[in-house]
Ligand binder design. Structure first.
Ligand code: HEC
Length: 208
């Protein structure tokens, strides 16, 4: 577990650290993505999240949640690179963590099963991705959201086709989003129980 020890060192990106052993391995160039806000405090839609570390994809097909799942259908979850880097070293979500969940539809074709919405492909009967159909984020900031539980604020850019995602959006009322996360998520309002990438990272630094 040598690599874990190195990543465990505090905020070290210096030449000295690189010289004294194998360099830590931040994602990409390790620079944080700067979350932007409008003058009236709306979050500007982030950019580039599909290139960020990807942590998991829960799936709630409409076919199994008729007529429509609350969050349809695949939920691709990504983590801002510097937050992921911090998580790998500490097993914790840093102040300033941004998580993105992008919804992707289930494909339909002439093999679609009317009961469950599944289709047949060469790998078997199952669920296969069609188009992007929604975008949500959550952002932890003690400075911006001192009164939100866990300092997490939640944002919905719409359950609409990708071309229609909102350019900016206000934080949701606490009860719309935060309350369910508080009651059901495994770690610090995040559903790490569904993200093997994060479970593995946390275990590697000796946390459970
Ligand atoms: C009824 C419970 C519930 C409510 C209400 C809810 N969520 Fe979630 N959320 C979940 C679950 C469960 C997950 C785990 C992944 C999945 O199944 O989508 C999740 C995951 C997420 C994630 C990915 C990171 C994480 O915490 O796991 C984001 C971002 C997110 N939700 C945003 C929102 C926003 C924005 C709202 C309000 C508009 C909201 N959620 C309301 C249950 C809820």
């Amino acid at each position: 577990m040598e690599g874990v020890r190195i990543q465990n060192q505090p905020e070290q990106r210096s030449r000295a650290a690189a010289a004294s052993g194998p360099p830590p391995q931040p994602y990409g160039d390790g620079r944080p993505f700067e979350v932007q806000f409008t003058e009236n405090g709306e979050m500007v839609r982030p950019t580039g999240w599909r290139d960020w570390p990807y942590v998991g994809t829960p799936l709630t097909p409409n076919g199994l949640n008729p007529p429509e799942a609350p969050f349809p259908e695949f939920h691709n979850v990504y983590m801002e690179p510097s937050a992921y880097d911090h998580y790998k070293r500490t097993g914790e979500f840093k102040d300033g963590t941004l998580l993105v969940k992008e919804l992707v539809g289930v494909q339909k074709n002439n093999t679609t099963n009317q009961q469950d919405g599944s289709t047949v492909e060469s790998s078997g009967r199952g669920y296969f991705m069609s188009d992007y159909i929604g975008l949500e984020t959550e952002y932890k900031s003690s400075r911006r959201y001192p009164n939100e539980p866990g300092n997490w604020a939640y944002f919905s850019f719409g359950h609409v086709p990708e071309a229609q995602y909102a350019a900016a959006t206000a934080a949701q009322p606490t009860n719309n989003c935060n309350a369910c996360h508080q009651a059901n998520a495994q770690q610090d309002y995040v559903f790490t129980q569904h993200y093997p990438v994060l479970r593995g990272a946390r275990e590697r630094v000796g946390r459970r």
